[in-house]
Design a protein. Sequence first.
Length: 185
Amino acid sequence: MKVAAIFASPRKNGNSAQMLQTALEEFPEHAEIHHIYLADLDFSPCCATRDCLQTGECPIEDDMQKIYHDLRWADIILFATGSQFGDVTADLKALIERTWPLRGELKNKIGGYVVSARRYAESTINTLHAFMLRHQMILGNSGAIGYGFDEGDIQNDPLAIEDSRKTGKRLVELYQLIYGMDEDL
């Protein structure tokens, strides 16, 4: 079981990080998990040259190449993002836009997410769903939404913690359904 855990918040110990960690605790010990902290990487948004339509490769040489590798490698892609100004973080939006060269390569990968928001998370959820559907991924579940603003507020939302656990459990369950039961679980 190969998992790309994409952490899209600029706050490494923030609410979405806590939700992501809770979801990842539901994965078996032998799961191979690559933690991808977008804030630690240097990559640009799409430059719209459309070269990738002909070459199948993005012409921008930056840390996105590492992310492409992990996205291709993973069986499960789990996103964690805050809802900033009602949508995914700028880094996650840039990543999403840069995945055009991966058309067809994410098909049937299992996708999930956890989102922390102060109030409105609908557009954030829509963006994540649209990404997964456009890449023909298997949407793992409705994700986990937590409400908090300051670091640690998520601990005051027990439903968010429980839904994060359920998200992790469901992604593992889908993996088992698709790839067969793993006796080590």
